[in-house]
Structure formats: structure tokens, C-alpha cells
Ligand binder design. Structure first.
Ligand SMILES: [Zn+2]
Length: 269
């Protein structure tokens, strides 16, 4: 086989692997970022539950302070009631006492409501914290895996790039330039030629070119897609069964030919 052709076939394999690994390395941080985003949602849920509990406790403390205030007022009104001069004054004070008592009762109702919602908030917090814990462990595992995979890929890439450099220096400049151009445009630059067709674009190859390709001794490009073509004898169609030499002009030719299997029609362009 032509050494340039051989190297270009190898170079394409290396280039494809380099592309695959480079894409993988680029995709890994995105995957980690997606996982971390999910983790941030769980963290936010925990923070929200904690804030709700804090609010609940602050509201309760406020209500308890309010109750204390009303209780102090009641004590004050009761002590004033012993020194009032008129019934009207006394009634007014008792009215204030009753109002303060109603307020206390209202505060106590609210405290009860808060205690019930605190139970729910604490349940939410526990659930969110458990989810965060599971998720955090998963994230650490995934991140560690991504780190290992990236390191492996980078190592492999370094080896492949070195191999790539070696292969490229060995190839004729114009063949390499053609390879690079097609590679850039089509993401593949080499194609097998089989059954007189380019296996990348499936366009028929002219018989003379086909004969050239079959030798694998020249750089031949597909007239349609531009890819560099090679021939793999292992993929050649099995030869037709051997025929007896047809005695074309003999009278026996006809019956003999009928016994033979019909010859496969091979495309001729
Ligand atoms: Zn082609």
C-alpha cells in the first residue's frame, strides 16, 4: 500500500478519536454544572425551610411579648380600678381589661397556629436536608468520576496528538493539505471504495479510477465528495463461480449455458 495512503488512513482514525475525546472533555464540566445546579435547588429548599422556621419563631416571640404587654396592662387597670371615683370610670377600666383579655386570647390562637405550622416546617426541613445529603453524595461521586475521566482523556489525547504529529510529518504536503480540507468540511476525509462505489457518498467510480484504487498504490480522491479512497480486498464480492469455456459457435453451447447459474450483472459505467 502507498505509505501516504496508509498514514492518512491511520491519521483519520487518530483525528476521529481526538475529536471524540475533546468533545467528551468539554462535555464533562457541563455535566458537573448541571448536577451542581440541581444541588443548588436542594440547598435553596433547605434554606427556605430554615427561614420559615425562623420566621415562625420570631412571630411567636412577638406574640408572647404582646401577651406580656396586655397582661401588664390588665394588672395596671385592675390596680387603678380600686382608686376610681365613679362607676363610669370603673366601667371604662373594665372595658379595657376585657379588650386586653380578648387580645391575649387572639394571640394565643395565633401561637397555636404557629406551633402547628412549625411542625410542618420542621418536617419539610428534615426532608429537604435528607435530599440534600443524598444529592451531595451523588454530586461528589459524579465529580470524582468526571475528574478521573478527564484525566484519562487528557492523557490519551496527549498520546494521540503525539502520534498525530508523527503521522502528519510522514505524509506528502499536497495529500495532507487535501486531507485537511476535506476533514474540515466533512468531518471525515477517508472512505472505503467498495463495489466500484465510494462508501461515504455512494457515487459510482469510473472503471479506470476503480482499477487505480484497487491497487492502493495511489492517492485517489472521490470525484463527488473529495474523500481519499482506499480498497479493502476483504470486502470484495466473492468471485462468480467458474464457468466452463463457452464454445460460442458450437451447437452444444446453448444447453450447456442453461445449466450454469445466471451470471451476476455487474454495473459497468
Ligand atoms: Zn464520495
Amino acid at each position: 500500500m502507498n505509505t501516504d495512503l496508509e498514514r492518512l488512513i491511520e491519521l483519520e482514525k487518530v483525528d476521529r478519536e481526538v475529536t471524540r475525546l475533546t468533545e467528551e472533555v468539554a462535555a464533562l464540566p457541563k455535566r458537573v454544572a448541571a448536577i451542581e445546579e440541581k444541588l443548588a435547588e436542594h440547598k435553596a429548599a433547605v434554606e427556605k425551610a430554615k427561614a420559615q422556621i425562623k420566621n415562625n419563631e420570631a412571630s411567636r416571640r412577638q406574640l408572647e411579648a404582646d401577651i406580656k404587654g396586655f397582661q401588664e396592662k390588665i394588672i395596671k387597670y385592675r390596680s387603678q380600678s380600686s382608686s376610681v371615683k365613679t362607676n363610669d370610670e370603673y366601667r371604662a377600666l373594665m372595658h379595657e381589661v376585657s379588650f386586653a383579655e380578648q387580645q391575649i386570647s387572639g394571640c394565643e390562637d395565633k401561637i397555636l397556629e404557629l406551633m402547628i405550622s412549625l411542625e410542618n416546617d420542621e418536617k419539610s426541613l428534615k426532608r429537604a436536608e435528607a435530599e440534600l445529603k443524598t444529592e451531595s453524595a451523588d454530586v461528589e461521586k459524579e465529580k470524582a468520576e468526571a475528574r478521573v475521566r478527564t484525566a484519562e482523556d487528557e492523557k490519551l489525547l496527549a498520546t494521540l496528538r503525539e502520534k498525530r504529529g508523527g503521522l502528519r510529518t510522514g505524509v506528502n504536503d499536497s495529500a495532507l493539505a487535501h486531507y485537511d480540507r476535506v476533514m474540515r468540511q466533512r468531518k471525515s476525509a477517508i472512505s472505503e471504495a467498495r463495489d466500484q462505489k465510494c462508501m461515504a457518498c455512494f457515487v459510482m467510480i469510473r472503471p479506470q479510477t476503480w482499477q487505480e484504487i484497487r491497487t492502493n498504490e495511489q492517492i485517489v480522491t472521490c470525484s463527488s465528495c473529495g474523500r481519499i479512497l482506499y480498497f479493502d480486498p476483504a470486502h470484495e464480492a466473492p468471485p462468480e463461480p467458474p464457468k466452463k469455456k463457452a464454445k460460442a459457435r458450437s451447437s452444444e453451447a446453448q444447453p450447456e449455458a442453461e445449466q450454469e447459474p445466471a451470471p451476476e450483472t455487474t454495473p459497468t459505467a
